[in-house]
Design a binder for this molecule. Structure first.
Ligand SMILES: [Zn+2]
Length: 649
């Protein structure tokens, strides 16, 4: 549990326990025999987060019991009301009657507490309109999840599990949680900004980019919110110099990397956003620091300086001053296990005049900037990547300034070869030993399967546990491909652990499987089987040497007919159990089945060579259209990716 402080009789895990204690003297009744027995109360001017919190609570209690609890403002309550109240967020009642004040809590901290005929669900809701924190909303989700047994195993209705209960009763509660991971971010792939790209690629030919897309977009957003993705503070970064060539190449050509021909320029003229910087040039630092120094002079504190080099594996500076900062000899990157991490998107290139690892030069640059930023704003912090040619820790440099945050772009491979895990953990230790705060900027979800069953829950959880135990304060995963029926248990475990950092992986998996009711064991066996197969691939050297496009093309070999038949046979054992399942459980199970069907059709189409043409390709596309709105998988992203990797016409 994240910083959990438990006082008195608290029901942490078991929903079963909950009903056993129904005779406890102090219990509050929220709903009795399917009828409202309490009111949901907000302050007079609830924030957006508090409004959502009240609405979410109302909706889930209604699905659970059939009763719709009224939502009222505290100013509209009759003075002599003796009703049981559910107080949402900070208000006069919470502070004056119950002594709960959320304003001074640590960011995003929440309280779930019973007190004199009231249930208080409140949290720290600070920040500004652009960057609102929503502790109260986390209180509601925590209550629904940990006290009432609600689960959101994937987006949309089929992923929402709400146990039925005619009477909803809570015993004495006093839960206080503060997230250990302050920035919990997973990038999404079904939002409005992606629709623009999908439109440009012509996906409208096959799929509805209107209402259907709107719906899965909303489902995805709501799911990440229910899983409490959010942040205690804003961590701004990303490749920092993508527009610098355009802006500065005339006025300050010397801040750009010198190429082997002696010219300062991007390696490829057509990719000015990939231009590298001459990081040892004090003029570059001046330009970088200028906005921060101006803001600091006006009194701003806690500013961030973005020193994330541009993307791409080539074009680094060969000037003698940058060269002098390199460690020679340094880490031999080619001796380390190679895994696609996105750094070679402008094509592999060896700058033969340069050492393999450029981390000493980059580490020194971070230090020069960090010291100067701190002189202007004592609370200033710098954020930079450890990525590609500067991913391994420096070998000569003795320290990294303590206000440097390093976004480590590692732990990218699942399943993983053991050597890769060893390298990632050692590199993580290396950067933190030098003094920096290391956070995770992982591309792992981007490479986690291609739309057929692909499960690595245990490995993902094990690495996350390592990171949590070694100082992880922020994550940024690129990106949620939305393979819900193929990779669902892994996504669920990851999202749950980002809040509940000490949660046991098997218990989380149980939560996932329990939402299938009588088919629980069948579904567990199905995904366990795929996890065994997936993990085995991690030890297959041939598989690991394949680039992504080749991997997709190899699916007919990886997902053989007999393997798919075996998985179908496991699921078939669920068919007789459907009769005793609820409709929601049947629909959920149907998604799993459709996920397998998708794999079969995709393999058949790939056997033809392409996924969109020919009879098999057409069948696949028809099927994708049919499942587009069900959250079986994000078919928009799938097709877009297949176009990018040219397994699609
Ligand atoms: Zn240089």
């Amino acid at each position: 549990m994240a910083g959990r402080d438990v006082i008195g009789l608290v029901l942490l895990f078991s929903v079963g326990l909950f009903t056993n204690l129904s005779t406890a003297a102090e219990s509050l009744i929220l709903v009795r025999d399917g009828r409202p027995a309490s009111l949901i109360v907000t302050n007079g001017r609830p924030s957006l987060g508090q409004q959502i919190a009240a609405a979410e609570l109302q909706e889930h209690l209604r699905i659970m019991s059939g009763a719709t609890l009224p939502i009222v403002k505290e100013s509209d309550l009759p003075a002599d009301s003796s009703q049981t109240l559910i107080l949402i967020g900070q208000g006069n009642l919470t502070s004056k009657v119950h002594g709960v004040v959320t304003k001074h809590l640590e960011p995003e901290t929440f309280i779930v507490r019973t007190s004199a005929n009231a249930l208080i669900l409140a949290g720290e809701d600070g920040g500004n309109s652009r960057d609102q924190r929503t502790g109260t909303l986390w209180a509601v989700y925590d209550f629904l999840q940990d006290q009432l047994g609600c689960r959101w195993i994937w987006p949309g209705e089929t992923g929402r599990y709400v146990p039925r209960r005619e009477t909803i009763r809570v015993s004495d509660l006093n839960v206080v949680e503060t997230p250990q991971i302050k920035v919990r971010s997973i990038r999404l792939l079904a939002q409005d900004k992606h629709r623009v790209g999908y439109e440009k690629e012509g996906l409208g030919r096959w799929l509805d980019l209107g209402k259907t897309y709107d719906q899965i977009s909303e489902d995805e957003r709501v799911w990440t919110r229910r899983m409490r993705m959010g942040r205690s503070f804003r961590l701004s970064y990303g490749h920092a110099f993508t527009d610098w060539w355009e802006t500065y190449h005339r006025s300050d050509p010397d801040v750009f990397a010198m190429q082997p021909d002696g010219k300062r320029r991007p390696r490829k003229t057509k990719q000015p956003d990939f231009v590298k910087m001459c990081v040892s040039n004090p003029r570059l630092w001046e330009l970088q620091l200028d906005p921060l120094e101006k803001a600091a002079a006006k009194g701003s504190r806690g500013l961030w300086l973005n020193a994330c080099e541009n993307d791409g594996s080539g074009g680094f500076c060969v000037c003698s001053r940058c060269r002098a900062w390199d460690a020679t000899p340094n880490a031999r990157l080619d001796a380390l296990p190679q895994v696609e991490d996105g750094s070679e998107i402008d094509g592999p290139e060896i700058d033969r005049v340069l050492p393999e690892s450029l981390s000493d030069r980059y580490g020194r640059w971070f230090n020069e900037l960090a010291v100067r930023a701190k002189a202007a704003d004592p609370e200033a912090r710098l954020v930079a990547y450890a990525y590609g040619r500067y991913r391994a820790p420096p070998t000569k440099l003795q320290h990294i300034e303590p206000n440097v945050w390093i976004g480590y772009i590692g732990f990218n491979a699942y399943p993983r070869p053991e050597a890769y895990r060893k390298m990632s953990t050692e590199e993580w230790f290396g950067w933190s030993r030098l003094g920096s705060t290391v956070f995770l900027r992982s591309n792992s979800l981007f490479y986690l399967g291609e739309g057929a069953p692909y499960v690595a829950s245990q490995q993902v959880a094990e690495d996350l546990r390592f990171q949590i135990d070694n100082g992880l304060r922020a994550t940024d995963y690129d990106a949620l491909q939305g393979y819900w029926a193929a990779t669902g248990p892994t996504y669920y475990v990851l999202a749950r652990m980002l809040w509940d950092t000490q949660a046991d992986v098997d218990r989380l998996l149980d939560e996932f499987y329990e939402s299938f009711g009588p088919m629980k064991q069948v579904v567990k066996e199905y995904y366990d089987g795929w996890e065994t197969r997936t993990v085995a691939l991690g030890n297959n050297e041939k598989f690991f040497q394949l680039k992504r496009a080749e991997r997709i093309r190899a699916y007919p070999l990886i997902y053989s007919q007999s393997l798919l038949d075996g998985a179908a046979a496991v699921l078939a054992r669920g068919t007789p159990l459907l009769a005793s399942a609820t409709e929601a459980q049947r629909e959920r199970f149907e998604n799993v089945r459709l996920g397998l069907e998708h794999a079969r059709l995709m393999v058949a189409a790939l056997e033809d060579g392409k996924t969109s043409t020919g009879p098999a390709g057409e069948k696949l596309m028809q099927f994708r259209r049919r499942i587009a709105d069900r959250n079986v998988l994000n078919v928009y992203w799938t097709i877009s990716k297949e176009m990018r990797y040219r397994v699609f016409d």
